[in-house]
Design a protein around this ligand. Structure first.
Ligand code: ADE
Length: 250
């Protein structure tokens, strides 16, 4: 089968980074979003900035599937760290995704998606991705990926790459209370963001594999907004270039 990759990112900066890799780009605008059609490392891709949140992500992934007939989704973005062994700059490849704001009690258990009756959506891990990213981020000087000044500023020296669960919701998590609620009630969740579970649910319903990769930008606590902005602006773009290259080069 000819693979067509739908590549989505949650930040404009990340899209700018990935768009630089696209050969012969052509732009199609649908629903206010720019879908950039072309090739990366000889593979057919459609690259798009989904915008923030579950609705934005779900509508974008549906367009990728229905209009562009992609057969593999890749989502890269940043996330707030929940588990205490993760620090800014570490990478989480999703093993499965859950909505931390889904709550239809007493009709269903907390977090369970009604009618589908699922709490977690399993996510595909692209072949070799975990090993490739471990190799890239451990063998390379991280300054070569993001620039020496930013590596120093964010103390990025040893990048941990893990395969764990991710929680999503329409909320920028930036209080100890909200962070603790996830940490205590969804103890296997490594990090929190705003789109992954929506992408995973749509892909599950269409039987299309999706790979979700998140870089930790903050600790989802009171300092989250301070760390988030410069990380998103100066570091995330270079991470996404490294992640997408690792995925698409054989
Ligand atoms: N993306 C990056 N940091 C986040 C946070 N703290 N909450 C939700 N989404 C995020």
């Amino acid at each position: 089968m000819n693979m067509i990759y739908g590549i989505m990112a949650a930040m404009p900066e990340e899209i700018e980074g990935v768009v630089k890799l696209v050969e012969n780009p052509e732009v199609k605008i649908i629903g206010g979003r720019e879908y950039i059609v072309g090739c990366i490392h000889g593979k057919k891709v459609i690259v798009v900035f989904s915008r923030w949140g579950k609705v934005a992500a779900a509508s974008t992934v549906t367009t990728l599937i229905d209009v562009f007939h992609v057969n593999q989704i890749v989502f890269t973005g940043i996330a707030g760290g929940i588990q205490s062994d993760l620090k800014v700059g570490d990478i989480v490849i999703a093993s499965r995704c859950v909505f931390h704001d889904m709550d239809t009690r007493p009709l269903n258990d907390r977090y369970v998606v009604p009618l589908i009756n699922k709490k977690y959506f399993d996510v595909h891990v692209a072949d070799g991705l975990l090993e490739n990213l471990k190799e890239i981020f451990s063998s390379k000087n991280i300054g070569d990926v993001v620039g020496d000044d930013w590596a120093k500023q964010f103390n990025l020296n040893s990048v941990l790459v893990v395969n764990r669960a991710i929680a999503s919701g329409d909320q920028f998590v930036n209080s100890q209370e909200a962070r603790n609620d996830i940490k205590v009630n969804l103890s296997e969740v490594a990090c929190v963001e705003m789109e992954g579970a929506a992408v995973a649910q749509i892909c599950f319903e269409h039987d299309i594999p999706c790979t979700i990769v998140r870089t930790i930008s903050d600790s989802a606590d009171h300092s989250a907004a301070i760390d988030f902005e410069p990380f998103a602006k100066y570091v995330a773009s270079n991470y996404s270039i490294a992640i997408i290259s690792a995925l698409l080069s054989d």
